[in-house]
Structure formats: structure tokens, C-alpha cells
Design a protein around this ligand. Structure first.
Ligand code: C2E
Ligand code: MG
Ligand code: MG
Ligand code: MG
Length: 290
């Protein structure tokens, strides 16, 4: 399987998508029934608001609970889902599952804003903003309870269509975030134009902060860039207290990573957050340590 990026013309060979292998063929046919067979799961990973020491947002991450293979991580099946277009059904399922549980999620520690990852396929679907708004109306959930994460590469695949979709989503009240910021081919001209609320610094830079001086400088500059453009900024891949403290010193808004919590099944997340908010309430924001 050879994918060609429209804007760069660069061909990327992805061995996992060799459609002649029996492994790939069986994966493709099983994936087609994953939603109907109730095999997909939403995991939630909390994000720490660094200055206040509170958790009011989380990222939704898909898992496939396969009857034989066990819990399959997204990188092992998202490329297939994108190739077949099935990803669009999966994306809508993720939104519906979170929206359906929004009351429960809000009941444990206050209103929660949930980020969901979009794929290029969603951005190229002209009807996507309307479908999403219908889902929100059906479940009585405000559109600004959701943040949509998009990678730079997904935008640059077809920048004009992506821009049109993002404008429509923003007009309907959804928040928008650029995921894995700094790793794709994006242009600052688009960053200026697009109605994006948040930049999410890729974990490769964040994880390098305790050793590599240039990673720290990239993180520092990205935080300044985001703030100068009036956007908030999240660091992903925060694995220890030292990096959390460095991010606080750099005025980074939010931290997400294994140090705070791994992604958790939805019910476990609610229990975790309830306990966290009770503990956090007993401490002051300044002395707060995770
Ligand atoms: P992402 O959106 O950048 O998500 C962050 C990934 O980093 C997640 O991996 C998360 O578990 C992992 N992570 C979080 N904290 C840490 C940390 O402290 N250290 C390290 N090393 N990793 C950390 P996951 O869940 O395996 O997802 C991988 C990617 O798969 C996601 O990257 C996203 O691009 C994609 N993905 C996941 N769920 C969905 C989905 O529902 N739809 C779409 N389109 N893509 C998804
Ligand atoms: Mg993400
Ligand atoms: Mg990311
Ligand atoms: Mg990533």
C-alpha cells in the first residue's frame, strides 16, 4: 500500500497495509463489524490545568476489544480504517459514546471538555459538521463540551477543504486543536487563518525536555507562539514531575501524560477524577503536586 501525500508528493510505504496479506484481509473484514459487535471502547486520559491543579478536560482514545487479539491499540487498526473510509463511522461512534455519557462525566468533578481525534477523511466530508451537530442535539450536549484534535498533515492534505470544514465546525461552537504540533508540514499562514483554539505540543519534544536543550527551547517557543496568537497550549507525553514543573515555569496551560494518568476506560476515568478532585480540593493550587 502506497499513500501519496497530495501537497508534498512524497510516497509513504506502509507495510501494515499490504492488502495482499491474509492477515490484512482478515483484519479488514473484522474491523467492518467492530461497531455492530460492540467491540470498540472509549478510553479517557485526563489533562491537568497546571495553574489551578484541576482536571476539566480529557482526551478520548479509541481501543478495539477484539475477541481473540485482545485490546488492540489504535495504531494497529486506524490506518486500515482510514484506508477503507470506515474511520468516519468510528469517529461518529466516538462522539456518540462520549455524548451519551456526558452527564455521568460532568457529575464527577464538574463540567468536562472532551477532545476527540479526527482523521483526514472526516475533514474532507462536507456533511461532517452537520452530522456532528445533529448528534449533539440528539443527546442534549453543548457543542463547546467538545474539542476536535486535527494533525497538521490532515489539514495540509487538502488545505482549502479542511479550512472550510474547520470554519463550519468552529461556527457551530466546537473547539479546535492542532495535535502533534511541530511534527507535520504546516504553514504559519494557515495557523493564523484557521479558527484554532489550542496547540498541542507533540510528546517527542516534551519527553526530550529533561535532557535535550533544543527540545526545551522548542517547547518554550511554541508556548509563546500559542499565547501570542491568543491560543491555549497543551503538552502531551508528560511522564514526570520535573517536566510538569518546567512546563509550569513556562506558563504552559495544560499537561497530559502518564505522570497524571494513563488513558482509562470511561467508568474508571470517572472514579479516578472524583477521587482526584477531592484530593486536589484539600490542597492549594500552589503547593499542589501530582
Ligand atoms: P494522539 O492523539 O497524539 O494521542 C496521544 C497518544 O499518546 C495516545 O496513544 C496516548 O495513550 C499516548 N500517551 C499519553 N500520555 C503519554 C505519555 O506520558 N507517554 C507516552 N509515551 N505516551 C503517552 P494511543 O491511545 O495509542 O493513540 C495513538 C494515536 O492513535 C493517537 O495519537 C491518535 O493519533 C490515534 N487515535 C487514537 N484514538 C483515535 C480516534 O478515536 N480517532 C482517530 N482518528 N485517531 C485516534
Ligand atoms: Mg490526540
Ligand atoms: Mg498527539
Ligand atoms: Mg501523537
Amino acid at each position: 500500500y502506497v499513500a501519496k501525500n497530495k501537497s508534498t508528493g512524497i510516497q509513504v510505504y506502509n507495510a501494515a497495509l499490504d492488502s495482499s496479506s491474509p492477515e490484512t484481509l482478515s483484519m479488514l473484514s473484522e474491523l467492518r463489524n467492530a461497531v455492530e459487535n460492540n467491540e470498540l471502547r472509549v478510553y479517557l486520559q485526563p489533562k491537568l490545568h497546571i495553574a489551578s491543579g484541576t482536571v476539566s478536560s480529557a482526551e478520548a482514545l479509541v481501543r478495539w476489544q477484539h475477541p481473540v487479539r485482545g485490546l488492540v491499540p489504535p495504531m494497529q487498526f486506524i490506518p486500515f480504517a482510514e484506508q477503507t473510509g470506515y474511520i468516519r463511522q468510528m469517529t461518529l461512534w466516538m462522539f456518540e459514546e462520549v455524548a451519551r455519557n456526558m452527564q455521568l462525566l460532568n457529575s464527577a468533578g464538574g463540567p468536562l471538555c472532551v477532545s476527540v481525534n479526527l482523521s483526514t477523511r472526516d475533514l474532507l466530508d462536507q456533511d461532517f459538521p452537520d452530522k456532528l451537530e445533529d448528534l449533539m442535539r440528539k443527546h442534549g450536549v453543548a457543542t463547546d463540551s467538545f474539542c476536535l484534535e486535527i494533525t497538521e498533515s490532515a489539514i495540509m492534505d487538502d488545505p482549502d477543504r479542511a479550512e472550510a470544514t474547520l470554519n463550519r465546525l468552529s461556527q457551530r461552537g466546537f473547539k479546535l486543536s492542532i495535535d502533534d504540533f511541530g511534527t507535520g508540514y504546516s504553514s504559519l499562514a494557515y495557523l493564523k487563518r484557521l479558527p484554532v483554539n489550542e496547540l498541542k505540543i507533540d510528546k517527542s519534544f516534551v519527553m526530550g525536555m529533561d535532557g535535550d536543550e533544543s527540545d526545551s527551547l522548542i517547547v518554550k517557543s511554541t508556548i509563546e507562539l500559542a499565547h501570542n496568537l491568543g491560543k491555549t497550549v497543551v503538552a502531551e507525553g508528560v511522564e514526570n514531575q520535573v517536566i510538569t514543573d518546567k512546563l509550569r515555569a513556562l506558563s504552559c496551560d495544560e499537561a497530559q501524560g502518564y505522570h497524571l494518568s494513563r488513558p482509562l476506560p470511561l467508568e474508571q476515568f470517572t472514579a479516578w477524577r472524583l477521587k482526584f478532585s477531592e484530593t486536589a480540593a484539600a490542597q492549594t493550587a500552589t503547593t499542589f503536586q501530582i
